[in-house]
Design a protein around this ligand. Structure first.
Ligand code: NAD
Length: 236
């Protein structure tokens, strides 16, 4: 409950995707022709891949995790932190990197899991921070089952989606940045809430403008246009 006599901060929600991390050096799907660092997603990011070839899946995510420690947040991630001076900000990200947290954002919800965590393949509640360590075949949780990447693979349910939908619906302002909105149910979060909500979409290019009728469309690199948008919102 806000204290009487004080204006509560307005709720600002950011829905981010791989594009915001592209300029930090982490490739998106789109700019690599539907491949993720040279792999088809079916080979490395599905429960079937894990069942067929766990060694390859672990190698793929171990490489992604190592890469994470070679890159830094960019001006796009950093600009979003500034919003917390004036707004009640939640970042809902499809990204599995930790660049929002490392930039300083304090409320980040990962829809699709996190690279630097492992979890039990028996009990999904048993989650362990890796702090950069690889997961090897034979590494076990406390129940004695193999550790797997703490990642929501294609074809798996998205446990955080209900909470994310409640947060997205409550937004006064929504910024959708660096996502193709091709992955469901995450994409549906961009279109929740009422007509009162101020909506912005930030992307290198927005091919289907009709989809974003209720949005202000801002085309450009996230690291260049997000700081401008943030400055505008802070002075509004
Ligand atoms: P996507 O690859 O489908 O789409 C990326 C979008 O970002 C595109 O629309 C592209 O036009 C835009 N873009 C590229 N560079 C940009 C820039 N510099 N500034 C602004 N926009 C830019 O990514 P998605 O929609 O996030 O879906 C892919 C899925 O893959 C996600 O679920 C995510 O978990 C996973 N993924 C994550 C990472 C990561 O964590 N960094 C990287 C690749 C894939």
């Amino acid at each position: 409950m806000p204290e009487s006599g004080k204006n509560p901060k307005r709720k600002l929600v950011v829905l981010s995707g791989a594009g915001i991390s592209a300029e930090s050096g982490l490739k998106t799907f789109r700019d690599s022709g539907g491949l993720w660092e040279g792999h088809r997603v079916e080979e490395v990011a599905t429960p079937e891949a894990w069942a067929m070839n766990p060694k390859l899946v672990l190698k793929f995510y171990n490489e992604r995790r190592r890469q994470l420690f070679e890159v830094d947040p960019n001006a796009g991630h950093l600009a979003l932190v500034e919003l917390e001076n004036q707004f009640d900000v939640t970042i809902i990200t499809q990204n599995v990197d930790n660049l929002h947290e490392r930039a300083g954002s304090s409320d980040v919800l990962h829809l699709h899991g996190e690279l630097d965590f492992a979890r039990s393949s028996k009990d999904p509640e048993l989650v362990y921070e890796l702090k950069g360590k690889d997961i090897e075949l034979g590494d076990q949780c406390e129940l004695g089952s193999q550790l797997r990447p703490h990642i929501v693979w294609f074809g798996e349910s998205v446990p955080a989606i209900t909470r994310a939908a409640e947060i997205a619906e409550s937004a006064d302002i929504l910024i959708v940045v660096g996502t193709s909105l091709a992955v469901y149910p995450a994409a549906s979060l961009a279109f929740l809430g009422t007509g009162e909500m101020a909506r912005y979409v930030v992307n290198l290019e927005v091919p289907d403008e009709e989809m974003f009728d209720d949005f202000e469309i801002i085309e450009g690199k996230a690291s260049e246009v997000l700081p401008e948008l943030v400055e505008r919102l802070l002075s509004s």
